[in-house]
Design a binder for this molecule. Structure first.
Ligand code: FES
Length: 160
């Protein structure tokens, strides 16, 4: 059996609706080896469970930028990389590691400029409503779902 610990996360980043909610078995620990990312859906909620190098954590499977599924990205240690605009997020504290290429507002509301990845040609920046929407899109921190490991099972508190 794989041994693993649940990754602690900042209490203020606990997903809304999870306080006092019972834990539910969502996976076997055996199905989540180190480096694995597992997605499941419950109603309209998509959940991502990650076995990072610091432990196992559950978050919504929605990028805090424009909601792309992080499960389609890749994991590097404790950092999950979004497949859509190259944003990356630290699973230990929910913080942005690399800001999305589109720019926008960070979690504190500071403006970040768009950028072009190495090896790509810069594209002309839009100057219309699309540009304003990008500039005002706030990139928040990850939100976490409470998770525990019990008797070889991964249990998560799903919001109600
Ligand atoms: S949706 Fe993830 S970086 Fe844009």
């Amino acid at each position: 059996m794989t041994s693993a610990v649940a990754l602690p996360f900042p209490a203020e980043l606990k997903a809304a609706g999870t306080a006092g909610v019972p834990f539910e078995v969502v996976a076997s620990l055996a199905d989540l080896p180190p480096g694995a990312m597992l997605r499941f859906s419950r109603g309209d909620l998509d959940v991502l469970i990650v076995h990072s190098e610091a432990g196992i954590v559950a978050t919504e499977d929605r990028c805090p930028h424009m909601s792309a599924p992080l499960s389609e990205g890749h994991l590097e240690g404790c950092v999950v990389h979004c497949p859509l605009h190259r944003g990356s997020f630290d699973l230990r504290d929910g913080e942005v590691v690399t800001f999305p290429t589109t720019g926008g507002l960070d979690a504190e509301g500071r403006s970040r400029a768009p950028w072009t990845p190495d090896g790509s040609d810069p594209r002309p920046a839009p100057t219309d409503a699309k540009a304003r929407a990008r500039a005002l899109t706030r990139v928040r921190r990850l939100r976490y779902l409470p998770l525990r490991i019990k008797d070889g099972q991964v249990e998560v508190a799903l919001p109600r």
